[in-house]
Design a protein around this ligand. Sequence first.
Ligand code: TTP
Length: 605
Amino acid sequence: MAGAEKGGINPDEERIVALIDMDCFYCQVFCRKQPELKGKPLAVLQYSDAIDGGSSAIAVSYEARKLGIKRGMRKKDMLAISPDVKTVVMPHHRKKADLTMFRAASCEVMAILAKHATVFERASIDEAFIDITANVKRMIGLPINKSKLHKTFVAGYEGSQEDQISKWSDHVSGCDHHSYDYKITLAAVYVNMIRDQILSETQFTCSAGIGANKIVAKLAAGTHKPDSQTMIPPDNIPALYQTINFTKIRNFGGKLGTAMQQELGIQWASELVNFTLSDLVTKYGDKTGQWIFNIARGIDHEPVKHRALVKQSACSKNFPQGIKSVDELNKWVLDLAEELEERLAFELADNKRVATQFTTHMRLGEGGSTSTQMPLVKCDLDHLVASANKCINKKLASRDGSYNDVIFMLSICAGKFVPAPDKNSIYTMLRDKESSKSNNKISIVKKDPGFADDVSERDKRPTLSGFFEKLKCDIPSSSRATSELSEPSTASTVYPEKSEECVKENNRNSWNSLSEEDTKLMLQPVEGSKTRCPVCNKPVLETKLAEHLDFHTALTLQRKIESELRSQDSTSSPKRKVPQSRKGSKKQKISAVQSKNIASFFKKI
Ligand code: TTP
């Protein structure tokens, strides 16, 4: 099988993928705002020195890198290396880094990328994969013009950039137009054009990797930075692998990579090929073993997924000294929830979608890192605060009502976005009606003595069942349970320790600056993409969720009608015998109501 896919190409599924990665992104955004910084050694600090005596760099310009300045260095250490280093401090809002300026800049770039690729997958605030197979297909037949391959390198080749392109052009001139080497060269020309456009429209430089799949494109992108691109012809993958530490391969950076380092005793990507499929399957199981075996040969079947919008919105805060009191925790829960609510409001207004899942991540003193998930019924402040408290209490409240651990990092996150239900749907109407009755009172965790809050008190908020209760109708227990904010479930206890991961996730956000046309393009639902219904937790096509929620509402109405009919029945004299024929007519009446008013109207999904 591997032979059939030699060099990372599956003959049935030939793709050309590029990873576009902005160069020292935050530095470039600052330089555009303050042009006097351009070309200078520059570092972006997390905090000003007044806030944190020795704040460290989160982004470093290439001029500063040449001097030996690295990300994570403290300001005083950088100045000791070179007094010429300029520093700027991240903007702050609510005592947290404010990413608005960077998100807006990211949107400008992503909008250009989305226009030029058949499939576009945003990977982080400054990175995106694009599948340009179809774009390249349209170019087949064009002659290769060396001048269009400026700033382009060929992985596996040595020498200057000009030498590499000269050698490669000679090779490609002998290839036919169906060969992958010819097509990847067209792709390099195309990506150069996109990078030029990004530069002229935004003033930002970026780097790119071009290859047969996401894994090799990502590896290639990192080999020549800044403002350059690298193509990786399939036959050159073994040569590239000889120069790359295997932990640099996507997904090998974490626990799996560490375990592999210990168990396989390898350092370079090229060494992976020494292990047989059965070795790898025995050590890592069928799926992971096969996957590693493929990666060793440059094979990766994962397609570029259509994802123009962020997967989730997260707001987080580190507490180096730990949260000291319940008041402090209350304050931060409220602050984070307010920020998240703002972002979710943008998601609704700009992208016409709502989040249906809520996750809380915490880094604790003794409890390590922990993550709790629950369905999100509504994206307002009230629900966000209540959900966060529920998750926090579940983890931290001990029976005597005291803290049982210290929080060093708190992150709240809303995800599993689905298209916003239609304004005219029954679900939306009922939800809005119910919501208008909310007294907007936000209750947070109990003041004293600890976290053990009375959740039932705190969560006295209107729900769908509340709406029906007001109507004095019986809701069967099953529907009541599902229409209320469900109990959180612990999803996993694994959370990326690296703050980088949190920051990157946090960085991903809205698409305010896209044109209507771009937004439409990006909002095209992924064919067949499924989500879980926040009410019944069943998998549902994203595009059908609104309709599915209408079904739940209809079901509740149906039960209400049944219940009303039952109660009418029970209030009638028990002694009075109902003739058989009339009993039958009542059943018919119920079923007539069901079939005419509800069942026939809402299709079960
Ligand atoms: P990166 O793409 O990792 O780095 P970069 O763009 O600064 O530099 P390079 O040219 O090497 O790709 O991160 C993108 C931005 O994300 C970065 O400019 C600053 C921000 N960031 C943080 O805030 N904290 C972090 O720990 C990291 C890694 C990045």
